[in-house]
Design a protein around this ligand. Sequence first.
Ligand code: SIN
Ligand code: CO
Length: 382
Amino acid sequence: MKILGGITRQAFLNEYWQKKPLLIRQAFADYESPISPDELAGLACEDYIQSRLVLEQGEDGPWELRHGPFSDDDFTRLPETHWTLLVQAVDHYVPEITCLLDEFDFIPNWRVDDVMISFASEQGSVGPHLDSYDVFLLQSYGRRHWQINQDSYSEDDFIAGPELRILAEFEAEQDWILEPGDMLYLPPGVAHHGVALEDCMTISIGFRAPSQKELLSAYTHHCNEFAKPRYYTDPDLELQESIGEITAKQIRDVRRLLLSAISDDAAFSNWFGRFITENPADCGEYQAEDISEEEFQQQFEQDGHLNRSGNIRMSYIEEDETISFFYAGNQLSLAYEQRELISYLCANHYLDYAAIMELTDDACVIKLLHRLYSEGCLFFDE
Ligand code: SIN
Ligand code: CO
């Protein structure tokens, strides 16, 4: 599948990624939505799934936001037009949507956030707004009119309100009508407004970028738990004219002490690998059956494939002679020979028996897969 149209993956990264929008007509040719509007509404009724309804003319005024879980009644009471249902992290629950992520094989998988799916009634939208992350908006059902504007906006440009940050004024610079299979890439901060021309569904493949604040807070938490205390030292202290002064050298030494907390390459990269593959908070664990390694191998061979659970993140870091494999916040140190296998596991949610056996004839493979299976990271189709 050529989801970038006529553009190479390298050209996309050079010219568009985090830089400018790109419309790709028929990124997914003859696309048929892997999920129906009714199935999406069904997910929005589950209490473990995050969902929202946005009503342009709500009972409590314009742009009313309601939080799920919803009931059938909530849906039957909705107006005919001008509303949108948004369901978060559908990739965690619907294997076809999980596998859609594998098509985005030109962006490191740790940058993926989740796949949100919206259903909009005619004229439905969530209002003109901007997001702080990269997103691919794949039209999966019906048509949507997208308008964008690449101006920069300030705090005063938004309608006041705690959650929906809608632009008070929005003028389109470019616009397109997207049909099923068309996809629009938007870098962070580009204002966009998508209005449904009829009942329509849009799949948002959203990326994440950790903020400095988030990293600092998570790393500090990690240090509090694990690092040995290290104190400021000053054996070279010089007599000061005034004891009230904090000198430039002392400030430098304090900063150096802080920076030394992240200066050990191995410790830092191991922490990051675990941190960035941690399970999203909302996800329920998949319960695996307790089967032996032999039984596992037999079933894998017989089914011909295995699936990776949608909520399990996997990435790796190459060391000199080993591979640090991270999954769901755990870390395993593996022999370098396992690199191909690990790379395959990280890039695919549908694990093909023959493809895996071709990669390696090592007996450790089944051991590793059985372990991941027993921990609920992999599952067999029903
Ligand atoms: C939508 O699907 O309605 C909204 C997606 C977005 O604007 O990010
Ligand atoms: Co948006």
